[in-house]
Write a protein that binds this ligand. Structure first.
Ligand SMILES: [Zn+2]
Length: 266
């Protein structure tokens, strides 16, 4: 089902709700390109060990999106990094404007109804913001030579050509990588859990972006989705339609609550 040139590594991460991230290795002729290397130095060392055991030389690291559990191992890997343009811009903005970036996030949460006490702890308790040093290291390591991925471009990795699809919603610069009927989808589509769709700035409409991304993926009629967590999605159309229906139902619920109360926060 998964082609021979693609290896899936279940990479443990210290986020109990997720347990592991799927790291994909595109391999060919002794060369390896790693998609979503994982979280921090521990993941990087694990990936290096797996490549060494298979006699593969790391050539390229790709992050489907900037989230801490997918991208930050790249800070400890010695190869060029490729990432969606808007996600790279977000990460560099966060690093370059720290700690104001954390304050902006706290203010956003508070403006949308989070109690001040909790909103003020965002920088110290959020799984990504509390690890800002990892993102600093990521930006330092790759700023000079990062490969920014745009929609419609092609990514060449160890003799394979993958089509880059910009699929915003889970993050603003999330990308999916397609080869034949197979799509590496990151956290765009997961089996058994619904990917979160966070508002990272205001005004913005990440849910509208997310639903368009799902519809676009559906139009591609993929045969197999390889996601960032849990197992492969073997019936893509069915799972994508479930996610669209789920969000449409929740949106109607939220609308009726707002209508009833006249005014409501998140
Ligand atoms: Zn994610």
């Amino acid at each position: 089902m998964v082609p021979a040139w693609l290896i899936r590594l279940e990479n443990p991460i210290p986020i109990p709700a997720l347990r592991s991230v799927n790291t994909y290795v595109i391999a060919g002729g002794g060369c390896a390109a790693v998609v979503d290397p994982g979280m921090g130095e521990a993941s990087a060392r694990r990936v290096e060990g797996e490549l060494r055991a298979r006699g593969l030389e790391l050539e390229l690291v790709v992050a489907t999106h900037f989230h801490v559990d997918h991208s930050t191992a790249a800070a400890w890997l010695n190869a060029r990094l490729a990432m969606g343009r808007r996600d790279w811009e977000r990460v560099t903005l966060m690093v370059d404007t720290w700690p104001e970036a954390a304050e902006r996030m706290s203010e956003l949460f508070e403006a949308h109804g989070m109690p001040r006490e909790e909103a003020s702890q965002v920088a110290s308790r959020h799984p990504a913001l509390s690890r800002v040093a990892w993102f600093e290291r990521l930006v330092d390591a790759h700023r000079r030579d990062v490969l920014l991925l745009d929609d419609g471009s092609a990514l060449d990795a160890c003799g394979r050509r993958l089509a880059v699809i910009h699929v915003p919603g889970h993050t603003p610069g999330h990308v999916a990588l397609a080869a034949g009927g197979l799509v590496l989808v990151g956290d765009l589509v997961l089996e058994g859990i619904t990917p979160n769709v966070p508002a990272l700035e205001w005004p913005s409409d990440p849910l509208a972006d997310y639903l368009s991304s799902l519809r676009r993926l559906l139009e591609l009629r993929p045969g197999l989705l390889l996601p960032g967590h849990r197992g492969p999605v073997t019936r893509p159309a069915e799972r994508i339609r479930q996610l669209i229906a789920h969000h449409e139902r929740r949106l109607r619920e939220a609308e009726s609550i707002v209508r009833e109360l006249g005014e409501a926060t998140a």
